[in-house]
Design a protein around this ligand. Structure first.
Ligand SMILES: [Zn+2]
Ligand SMILES: [Zn+2]
Length: 146
């Protein structure tokens, strides 16, 4: 991705946050191709390729800042390190118990996900976090093949 393209996306999504070189590298790692919800340690490994001088502490800081301004979402799975997701559209996460991959699950049509839950009247919903667990298509194919 060209860096001025990243600038445009970033400025819209970061609510005016200044993109330092380090933040940009971290953000680009998350936006890059795979979008596989890397952990902070994985982001660090990939960021080092682009910027060998970057430290793990800096990566943690950048991820925290990006999460705070809402440019990136933190995905927490039980007994696992937090992962990071740059997809800001409403979506759930599917966690494969075989290969430990995390995939985005888009919502069906434009249904409001809040309507799917039987919330008591007067509830003020602030955040929905849906995580599904199972076996991904690739792994279930492997399972039936063997
Ligand atoms: Zn899998
Ligand atoms: Zn996601």
């Amino acid at each position: 991705m060209a860096s001025n393209q990243t600038d445009t996306i970033a400025r819209e999504q970061l609510g005016g946050l200044r993109l330092t070189k380090q933040r940009r590298v971290v953000y680009e790692v998350l936006m890059d191709g795979k979008r596989d919800h890397p952990t902070a340690a994985e982001v660090f490994e990939r960021a080092k390729v682009r910027m060998p001088s970057i430290s793990l502490a800096t990566v943690y800081n950048c991820l925290e800042t990006l999460t705070q301004v809402g440019a990136v979402k933190q995905v927490n799975l039980e007994r696992e390190a937090s992962r990071f997701c740059p997809n800001l559209n409403p979506h759930g996460h599917f966690y494969c118990s075989e290969c430990q991959s995390v995939a985005d699950v888009p919502l069906e049509g434009d249904c409001e996900s809040a309507r799917a839950w039987n919330l008591p009247d007067g509830t003020q919903l602030q955040h929905i976090d849906v995580t599904m667990k199972g076996v991904c298509p690739k792994c279930s194919e492997k399972k039936t093949a063997s």
